[in-house]
Write a protein that binds this ligand. Sequence first.
Ligand code: BGP
Length: 478
Amino acid sequence: MSVLRDDFLWGGAVAAHQIEGGWQEGGKGISIADVMTAGGNGIPRRITDGVLPGENYPNHEASDFYHHYKEDIALMAEMGFRSFRTSIAWTRIYPNGDDQEPNEAGLQFYDDLFDELHKYNIEPVITLQHFEMPYHLARKYNGFMDHRCIDFFVKYARTCFERYKGKVHYWMTFNEINNQGADPCAHHMIQEGAILTTDDNPDNERMMYQSSLYELVASAEAVRVGHEIDPSNQIGCMIAYEPLYAADCNPESYIEMTEANHKRYWYMDVQCRGFIPNYMYKYWDRMGFDLKLSDADIKALKEGTVDYIGFSYYMSQTVAKGENNPHFNFYERKNTVNNPFLKKSDWGWPIDPEGLRYALCVIDERYNKPMMIVENGLGAYDQKLADGSVDDTYRIDYLKAHIKAMKEAVAEDGVNLLGYQMWAPIDIVSASSGEFDKRYGFIYVNKNNKGEGDLSRSRKKSFYWYKKVIASNGEELD
Ligand code: BGP
């Protein structure tokens, strides 16, 4: 008998901007993902001033799911998927973000996509904002720095809840809303809050907290509206969960670890509990940040707590007390150190399957809510062999170890886990680097970093492995 529930939501996860392409089709507007250039392994992406000629914008075509979705969903159905997580591109629904009326062609695209999933009994799990706010909102309002963006987001969310009522039951508001918390760099601030800034702007941290507060209000309002429209809706938060370990057993390192966790996870505290924790107020006081939040905003936070906790899990980080850091104020880029117990991926991400069990335990202890692992996977350089096959045993090993740890958390610790969606079942554009050759998929897409290839799809070795895993409800991992 399986340790997982019978209706466990096995599947995979992607995001609209990383898979769809069709950036100008069906009346779609320009999103912030459309102005991000390709970077590379260790080379950051650039954000350009609009879409400029001669630049390489990998999200414009991506994996061309916009035209291939039927074929791709058939392949996922062949693996036995019970769920598929993707996002709605806000700019397909409201091309500028502040439009009066939604764009019918965009709404219809997702109707067709959800119908296609239901044809195979695959449950859609839908994120409303996955790193791609309308570029116009960034330009005109500086994104979530402006309170009006709350209303634009809630209007967009309402349109989606009304239109897809009965077709979508599992929702999430903002993808990895907390990434900016420990690292207020331009990349995170544009991805998560549509703030047009540069890395050297001394005001980044204050702006990040202000816009995060407004995003949290927008998220809470959307949860409330989503429940009003359909009380059976399950609406979650989506957190990038990276357990932060202390580098040694010096009690000071534990205080640093605690402070570091505050910065990454206060978002989850607000979304699950409905109020801002004292430690954040103290931090803002200490920093002299005068942040705006009205009584109505505070009330909204209280009334819009989430039903479940969606989180991504790729890695853990290890923190050490920095020099001249009397308040243990953690900054991800300054205070993380190497963990000698862990191997790393080709992109330097520490590989830590036990950390997934640890994450599940900690989240369960803190909030006692159902959880869903909505991303977990390995980005790697795959080699296509002469016969067209891809032997991605390393990916199988990574996923196997993580699924085993996940099962232990269910069997030994009794965590309430709804599902597991690996990232990403098909090769897509990397969010952090914009590469295509950073591959995660069970399904190979014939395209490379330069954009060459005919976009044809084929099955990797891991495809057959995952099919067996799902068929046995997680019992057959070898
Ligand atoms: C998460 C994002 C995804 C995805 C994934 C892998 O942070 O939610 O959008 O991209 O990480 O990261 P990358 O694509 O940079 O390898």
